[in-house]
Design a protein. Structure first.
Length: 294
């Protein structure tokens, strides 16, 4: 299968490229820079120049492929609403090139977009009451209704020893503030998965996905934020402190609401449907204990 991958040079996308090529697929990777193009060529992928705002380029890449994996997102949280709108338009452009073809389109989303407080499952629709402006799932469902085998792959905190999802920002904040903090009793949970368990799931979803399906890339259903804060404190050799909910915004900034949220998630249905087994890689705390950030 010839697969168009957006975000192909990113943290998750580069692992997906390697997984696809190892499984015998051909990869057409989106690159917005010469450096990105060079890394894709070195990985054995074909280069497609463009970016998320070049909608015609996205349509051409999708039209020239047997399937699409969309992992690109602009992670500038100071312009979150704008970047979510860019993501929505990108999904619409990718999908428009696949209408009526039954070719697969796998769109990345997040487990945190589901209602917090209990283990989210694949059957749960996005939380319609959330203030989060990201509408990748709604855009994907609209595309699926037009004869595209579009599905959503929800990500928790994806980690290895170099990066750790939102925890990477917690590490930077702790280094800046001189303390590693959590909110309240710190028992609220974030789900997690290792990078090398994530890439095979994207491949399985590409090969087996059903239109309109939602999949969860979850290995650990919920890692307590206090455990994460303590691992960061050990790594940076700084104190670990509790912040009250009232203090959270002042300490965490834009991360404040996330730092206090309980966001467990299950992947039981994904494992049943796709035969995925996320058991081969270290857990979040193990990776933090041996992180290259210290």
């Amino acid at each position: 299968m010839r697969v168009f991958v957006t975000g192909a040079t990113g943290f998750i996308g580069s692992a997906i490229v390697q997984e696809l090529i190892s499984a015998g697929h051909q990869v057409l990777g989106l690159a917005r820079s010469d450096a990105g193009a060079k890394s894709l060529t070195a990985a054995g992928a074909e280069v497609h120049r463009g970016d998320l705002q070049d909608l015609e380029s996205l349509r051409r890449g999708a039209a020239a492929s047997d399937g699409v994996i969309h992992t690109a997102f602009i992670h500038d949280f100071s312009k979150l609403k704008e970047n979510c709108e860019i993501d929505e338009r990108a999904i619409q452009a990718l999908g428009s090139a696949l209408v009526g073809s039954d070719r697969p389109l796998i769109v990345s989303s997040g487990t945190g977009l589901v209602r917090p407080g209990r283990a989210a499952t694949e059957d749960d629709a996005p939380d319609s009451t959330s203030a989060m402006p990201r509408v990748s799932e709604q855009a994907t469902q609209a595309i699926a209704s037009r004869g595209v085998r579009a599905s959503v792959l929800r990500l928790p905190q994806v980690h290895d020893r170099n990066k750790h999802g939102l925890v990477t920002y917690l590490i930077a904040l702790a280094r800046e503030k001189g303390v590693s903090a959590y909110v309240g009793d710190g028992l609220n949970r974030w789900p997690a998965v290792h990078l090398l368990d994530t890439a095979p799931l994207y491949r399985l979803a590409l090969e087996k996905a059903c239109a309109g399906a939602r999949y969860h890339a979850v290995a650990e259903e919920g890692v307590p934020l206090r455990d994460i804060a303590e691992a960061i404190g050990r790594g940076l050799k700084i104190p670990v402190v509790a912040k009250s909910p009232e203090e959270a915004a002042g300490h965490f900034g834009w991360l404040g609401p996330f730092a206090a949220m309980d966001l467990p998630a299950s992947s039981a249905l994904t494992q049943q449907w796709l035969g995925w087994r996320p058991t081969a890689q270290p857990g979040m705390i193990d990776d933090l204990n041996h992180a290259n950030a210290w």
